[in-house]
Design a protein around this ligand. Structure first.
Ligand SMILES: Nc1ncnc2c1ncn2[C@@H]1O[C@H](COP(=O)(O)OP(=O)(O)OP(=O)(O)O)[C@@H](O)[C@H]1O
Length: 248
């Protein structure tokens, strides 16, 4: 696994001309396990979309350092996934191989073994033929984690992966996150459960439209920083079109 860092240079991300996240400079270290936290509307999902590349920065650059042309594995928020699409669990999980084999690469014997291993790792053996529309929220999240396993990417981004998921499923999926970290992948997760962040995520980026604190989790999650983040989001003018502050 080639260790990959994520570098931000003067990054502003937004929609139209409206900035949602700005003044972002720094690096998510290769092989680190980082939580992104902040109040609602702080720009956490926007940041992940910028790293994946579905949202291009209005200013500045986001670069992956260490891996060239490797697709980032990305789990969007559950609300963004269309579950009415007629797809079986097996096919959903197999899609994880597309980034490597291509859409029309076909699924060979080795691939079938990998798919079965991924289904076993998330406890979904026996669910292969089930349409995804019939899965519970937790089962769907297990299937999506199996797809991430097959993507085998050095960079994995998770947007609120444990929201509305029961304790057992959360524990199982958190074990996979720990496994990815042990394999030296760079893992970034948007989370709201600060107790979980303190327990399981060594690094944290606290944002409120711009970075408030970034570093060791125990330093970042101080009462003072959390209050500052809340006030910054509350004070933010949603109608502002441009930011006149220097990006430095
Ligand atoms: N597609 C979009 N078009 C226009 N504005 C958007 C779009 N997506 C997000 N925004 C705005 O960008 C800002 C940041 O949103 P974002 O979803 O990144 O926040 P978040 O920190 O992930 O919030 P939450 O914790 O509620 O999921 C918000 O003001 C939001 O309304």
């Amino acid at each position: 696994m080639s260790a990959t860092a994520i570098r931000f240079d003067g990054v502003t991300l937004g929609y139209g001309r409206r900035p949602a996240v700005h003044h972002l400079n720094g690096e998510i270290a290769a092989s680190s396990l980082t939580a992104v936290v902040g109040p609602n509307g702080a720009g956490k999902s926007t940041l992940l979309k910028g790293i994946v590349g579905t949202l291009r920065p209005l200013e500045g650059h986001i670069r992956l350092i260490g891996a060239s042309n490797v697709p980032v594995a990305y789990l969007p928020q559950a609300a963004e996934i269309d579950r009415s699409f007629p797809l079986s669990v097996y096919d959903l999980v197999a899609m994880g191989l597309w980034s490597r084999s291509g859409l029309f690469g076909g699924v060979g014997r080795k691939d079938r073994t990998k798919i079965e291993e991924a289904l076993a790792a998330v406890g979904l053996i026996g669910f292969e033929r089930r349409p995804i529309s019939t899965l519970s929220g937790g089962q769907m999240q297990r299937a999506l984690f199996a797809r991430l396993l097959l993507q085998d990417s050095p960079v994995i981004l998770l947007d609120e992966p444990f929201t509305a998921i029961d304790a057992r499923t959360t524990a199982d999926l958190l074990d996979l996150v720990r496994r990815w970290h042990a394999e030296s992948r760079t893992v970034v997760a948007v989370l709201h459960d600060l107790d979980m962040v303190k327990r399981a995520f060594p690094k944290t980026l606290l944002i409120a439209r711009e970075p408030v604190a970034w570093g060791e989790t125990q330093d970042v999650l101080s009462a003072e920083n959390l209050l500052k983040a809340r006030r910054m989001v509350e004070a933010y003018d949603p109608h502002a079109h441009e930011c006149h502050r220097s990006a430095a």
